[in-house]
Design a protein around this ligand. Structure first.
Ligand code: C2E
Ligand code: CA
Ligand code: CA
Ligand code: CA
Length: 275
């Protein structure tokens, strides 16, 4: 029976496409990657547009695979979400980002991406609370970035999680605003503290009238709701000038600073400085 089982397995594997096999292997490797210490974080500056002043960093995960090299999160995060590995990976990200930020001299905020699976875990807010206590990071310095697609699976559960983390003093930002299909009702139903306009709207905002009209409308929406707006993917001076003229509060993008290991920002965080 044992041999038969193995043959059946082989047959199954041979019938899978190379892509599916590759995916299965990667899912397996993802589950081991935390223990093997293959993840690390890079940080991207978030700046007040009117002054250029740094207000915080978004933490972005990187996976250095021993053979494949750097695997982009756009590839492995969806796999981790499908396979369930995202729970463990998400815990690792939250812990690493809070610990890191707690060590900074400058009390800048740290923004952490949260996936649907994490948000729908009934223990989510307890994990956030424990992580804050263990790291010593003040709740007000943590911001959680949540996409609309992460809300829809079980809206009452997602709403409960958001309320619970907000009760701790943690802020929540709606990520990738404009790319979902019911942005407006979600803004009303969920207690967000910030709107992050997706980078696809910032590209050519200064040269395309249609795009400019959309971004202006989102800025008006933020003003009306009393929510600051962050523009993602700011890549040029022209885009930044448009956003400044339209009084967009915060910017993030290659023009303002690329994601990099925290040591690159030593002057702001106190890293590498000898006391
Ligand atoms: P996101 O949350 O929208 O993150 C912004 C992405 O835009 C990052 O890609 C960043 O490197 C990139 N970016 C920043 N400035 C610019 C710019 O000026 N132009 C362009 N074209 N891109 C810019 P990255 O790091 O590859 O991450 C991709 C996505 O993977 C993220 O999108 C997020 O959805 C997910 N992700 C990254 N880290 C984590 C994490 O720790 N947990 C979870 N759940 N998801 C993560
Ligand atoms: Ca994000
Ligand atoms: Ca985003
Ligand atoms: Ca995105």
């Amino acid at each position: 029976a044992k041999t038969e089982g193995r043959d059946t397995y082989r047959y199954f594997e041979a019938s899978m496409g190379a892509e599916a096999r590759d995916k299965r292997v990667m899912e397996h490797e993802l589950r081991q990657a935390v223990a093997r210490d293959e993840f690390y974080l890079v940080y991207q500056p978030q700046k007040e547009i009117s002054s250029g002043k740094m207000v915080g960093f978004e933490a972005l995960i990187r996976w250095r695979h021993p053979e494949r090299g750097d695997v982009p999160p756009s590839i492995f995060i969806p796999l981790a979400e499908d396979s369930g590995a995202i729970g463990q990976i998400g815990d690792w990200v939250l812990t690493a980002a809070c610990r890191e930020a707690a060590s900074w001299e400058n009390p800048l905020t740290v923004a952490v991406n949260v996936s649907a699976v994490q948000l729908h875990n009934p223990n989510f807010s307890r994990k956030v609370h424990e992580t804050l206590l263990k790291s010593g990071l003040a709740a007000a310095r943590l911001e959680l970035e949540i996409t609309e697609t992460a809300l829809v699976k079980d809206m009452p559960r997602a709403l409960a999680s958001l309320r619970q983390v907000k009760a701790l003093g943690v802020r929540v930002a709606m990520d990738d605003f404009g790319t979902g299909y019911s942005s407006l009702s979600n803004l009303r139903a969920f207690p967000f503290d910030k709107i992050k306009i997706d980078g696809s709207f910032i590209k050519s905002v200064d040269t395309n009238g249609q795009v400019a009209a959309i971004v202006r409308a989102v800025l008006g929406l933020g003003r009306g709701l009393g929510l600051p707006v962050l523009a993602e993917g700011v890549e040029t001076l022209g885009e930044l000038k448009f956003l400044d003229a339209e009084a967009c509060e915060i910017g993030q993008g290659y023009y303002l600073g690329k994601p990099a290991p925290i040591e690159a920002f030593g002057d702001l965080t106190g890293h590498g400085k000898r006391v």
